[in-house]
Design a protein around this ligand. Sequence first.
Ligand SMILES: Cc1ncc(C[n+]2csc(CCOP(=O)(O)OP(=O)(O)O)c2C)c(N)n1
Ligand SMILES: [Mg+2]
Length: 977
Amino acid sequence: MTENSGFTPIYPVGIMRKVVSTFPETLMASPEIDQTGSEVEPGQPLPLGAHAQMSIGQVTDSTTGQPVPVDGTSVVDSDPSETREWLDSLRYVVSSRGGDRASYLLHVIEQEAYRLGVPIPFSTTTPYINTIPPDRQPAFPGNREIERRIKSIIRWNAMAMVVRANREDKSIGGHISTYASAATLIEVAMSHFIRGRGDDFSGDQVYFQGHSSPGIYSRAFLEGRISEKQLENFRRELAEGGGLSSYPHPWLMPEFWEFPTVSMGLGPLMAIYQARFNKYLQDRGIKDTSKQHVWCFIGDGECDEPETLGAISLAAREGLDNLIFVINCNLQRLDGPVRGNGKIIQELEGVFRGAGWNVSKVIWGEEWDALLAKDEKGLLVKRMNEVVDGQYQKYVVMPGSYIREHFFGADPELSEMVAHLSDEKLKKLRRGGHDPEKVYAAYDAAMKCHGKPTVIIAKTIKGYGLGEVGEGRNVTHQQKKLNEEELRAFRTRFGIPISDDEVAKAPFYRPPDDSPEIKYLRERREALGGAVPSRPKHSPLLKTPSLDDYRAFIEKSTGREVSTTTGAVTLMASLLKDKSIGKYIVPIVPDESRTFGMDPLFKQCGIYAHGGQLYEPVDSDQLLYYREAKDGQILEEGITEAGSMSSFIAAGTAYSSHGVPMIPIFIYYSMFGFQRIGDEIWAAMDARARGFLLGGTAGRTTLAGEGLQHQDGNSQLFAMAYPTVKAYDPAFVYETTVIMLDGMDRMYAKGEDWIYYITVYNENYEMPSMPPGCEEGILKGMYKLRDTEAKPPQGKPSPSKIPQVKVPQVKALPRVQLMGSGAILREVLRAADLLAEQFGVASTVWSVTSWKELRREAQECRRWNMLHPQAKPRQSYLEQTLAKADGVFVAASDHVRGVPEQLDPWVPGGLFVLGTDGFGRSDTRGPLRRHFEVDAECIAIGSLSRLAAVGAIGPDVVAEAITRLGIDPDKVDAASA
Ligand SMILES: Cc1ncc(C[n+]2csc(CCOP(=O)(O)OP(=O)(O)O)c2C)c(N)n1
Ligand SMILES: [Mg+2]
C-alpha cells in the first residue's frame, strides 16, 4: 500500500511486485504479434492493443485499459539488452530489499528524469487487478462460515421484504438488486469496522447507499431492533403498527437513520464535508473526533452526479484520512451498464488518484489468485484490462462455457491456463466485492491509511444471487417480484431453512436468540460499540440570549443608514462573543465575506485552516487581514454553495450526531440558495438540521446593477415548500434581530427542528426605532407599522403637488391596507404618503416579515375548522389581524407576486399584489422598481385601481393619476419582458 510512504509511488507497491515478477523476458523483443496476428517490424511503434507482453505497468487508457502511446515518449525499444539490465536491477532490488525500496527508487528516478527534461509516461490508472496482492492480505479475523450464514439470512429478508410489499400493492416499489450486490461490502464493514455509538464515543458516521435500505433493515431485524410487523410494512409507513421508510430518513425514523441519502450524489458530498467538519471540531478543541470515521457507500452510476465527485479534491487537500468511500461497482445503473464500452473502475481510479486519494481496487475474488500467480506473461492481466464492462456484464448472465470461449478463449495460452477448471468453476470465479477476505483487506488498509482519504472501488454483480430473474440483467434494478420457483432457488442458493411448503409466502426468517448466528451478530456489534445506524433520542440544549439582552443593540441601529445585511452580520459578530453560545456558532460563507461586510470577523474569529496559515498574508499590515488559523471559526468554503450547504448540514446536525449544539449561520447570495442547492436544503431538513440561512443580496430590484443571474425574486417562493424552513423577509434591523434571537431560542434552547431562512438586503437606509409591542407580530409574520391619514388639500396647491384628482367625498373613501416586506416596505411607506398627500387617501401600512408564517398558521386553522365543524372555529393570527382592518388590500415585495398571493384566500375582498415577476436586469434601483412596478408610484396606482374596483372612485381618477405620476400605461410588462 501507499500509505505512510510520504510520497506517491508510480505504482502501488503490490503492483510493483507483480510488474517485476511477471514482466516477460521477451519484453519488446521483436517481432511482436499484434492482435490481428500480423507481424510488426522491429523498431516500429506498436499498434494499439498490440503490447500483449507489456501489459502490466503499461500506460493504458483509463477507461478501456488499452495501451496508449505517451506524447513525446518513444514506445520503441531501441536497445533491448539495456532494457533488460534495468529490469534485472529492478528485480534484484525487489527480491533483496523489497517493494517499498523499489518504489522509492522509482520515485527518485522519476524526479531526476523530470529535472533532466525527460518526458515521463503519465498514467492515472493501474492494471485491472486488486490493489492489494494476496501476500499482503491480512488474516481474516472473523468466522467466515457464520458470517456467510448471517449475510445469507439478511439477503433473504431484504429480498422478502420487497417481494411481499409488492404483493400487497404493486405500486410500492423497492429494490432488491442493489443490496444483493452490496451485501458483502456492508456486512464486512458491519462485522469488523464500523463502530457504534457508546457512552463516551459517538460512533462512526455512515452514509448508506439509499436504495440498499432493505438490507440495513434486515440486519436490524436480526439484531432485534426492528419488528416483523415493520418489515411487513416496508414502504408503508402509514400502515397499522408503523412501517419503514423507503430510504434513510431521520425525519421519518428519528431514532434509526442518521444521514439521509438516495438523492444521488448528495451522500458522498455530505460525507466529505462531514469528515472535514469532524476535523474542524477537533481543531477547535470542541470535541475529540480523532477516532471517528465517516463511511460512505456509493453506487457506480451515482458517480455520474457532479455532486459525487465534485468535492473529492477538497477531501484530499484537507487530508481527510477519517473518510472512507466504498464504491459498489456492479457496472450497472438503472437502465443498463454504467460504462458498457469502457471501464468504470478504471475511470474512477484515475479520477480519485488524480485528486490525491488512496485508491484500493477490489476487483477479483480469491479464486483468481491462483490464475494470476500463473500469469507469468501478463496475458491474463492484459485480457482483464482489455475487456470492457458491457462484456463483463455479459459473462454474468452466460454459462461457464461462454466465459471459457469468450474471455479465456481470446488467447490459446489463456485457454490452457483454465483447462483444468470445469465450466461450473469458471462461472464461480468471484468478483472481489463478493469476497469477504478481499474486502476485509481493503478496509483494513483504509483504516491504516494516514494523511489522505481512501476510496475502495469494488467490483460486484448487480442482483447477486437472484439468478435468472435478475442477476446482471439490465432490468434487475426494478425487479421486485419473484415467483415460487425463483424464491425456492434463492432459498436453496443461500441455504435458508425455510421449507418448500412455506417458501412461496416468502416468510421472514430470524434464527433464535441463542443461535450461533444471532449470538455472533450481537457479539460483533457489542465489540464495535453498538448498533448502526442509530440516532440519539436526546441532545444538549443551550442557554441563549434573550431579546432584552439585545435591546441596546437594536437601539443602536435606530437612525443609522445601514442595510439589513449589516444588521444581521453585526448581530452575528455580537453573538460570537456571547459566553454561552459564541463558540458554537459556525459562520459559513462561499467566498462572499466582503460582499456581506463580514471581513471584520476574519480577525475576530479567524478562518478555519487545518494547517494554520503557512504564508504571510498580503494584507498582514492591515487590521482586518485575511487571517487563517487552525482553530479558526469561520468556514470560508470558497465558491461552492453546495459545499457550504454540506458544512451547514454537518454543523446543523452536530447537536445529534456529535452531541454538540453547533449553530451554523450560512450567508450567501440568495439567488444561489434554494434555486441552486434546493435539494441539499431538503436533505438538511430530512436530517433535522438546525441553523440559519441568510439569503444575502436579496430582492430582484434591490441588488440593482448585478443583473439577472444574481437578482433573486424567487427564493421566498421556493421556501414555501420546505416544511421545516421558517422564511422571513424583514425590512429593518430590529426585525432581523428579533427573528434571529427567536431562532436561537427555538432551535438551541428549546431543541426544535427548524431552519431559519432570512432574506437580507444590501440597500442602506435609515433604520427606524422599534415600535413597542411588535415582537409577536414580527415572529408571526406581520404587524401594523403606521397609519397615514388623508390630508385634504390646504390652501392653493402648488402645480406639482396638487391633489387635483377629483375624489368624491374624501372622508368616505375606504382605507387602503398596504402590506409590504423587505426593502420594498419603504416604497410602500412612500406610497402611503403619496396616497395621503396627493390623492387624499388614508392607509395603514403593515410590515410583513413572513408571508410564509402567516399562511402556515392560517392553513392550520382552516384545516382544523374543516375537521371540527361543530366546534367554535379557530381564527388565525392573519384573520384576527385583518379583522381589525377594512378597506382594500394591496401588497408589494421584491419577490414574485406568488409570494404575497398566498394570503389571498384570507384577505377580505382579495389581495392585489405587485411583485417582481420576470427577468431581472442591470440598472439602478429606481428604474428597476418602475420596470417591475413595485415603486411607490405604482403601488399608489395599484391602490387607486382597487378603490375604483370597489366603486369608491371612478376609473377616470385612476387614469388621471397614472398620467400625473408619470407612468406609461403601455409600458412593457416586466413579467414577460
Ligand atoms: C438525483 C437522483 N436522480 C435519479 C435517481 C433515481 N435512481 C435511483 S437508484 C438509480 C440508479 C443507481 O445506480 P447506481 O448508483 O449504480 O446504484 P446501484 O443500484 O447499481 O448499486 C437511479 C437513477 C435518484 N435517486 N436521485
Ligand atoms: Mg451500479
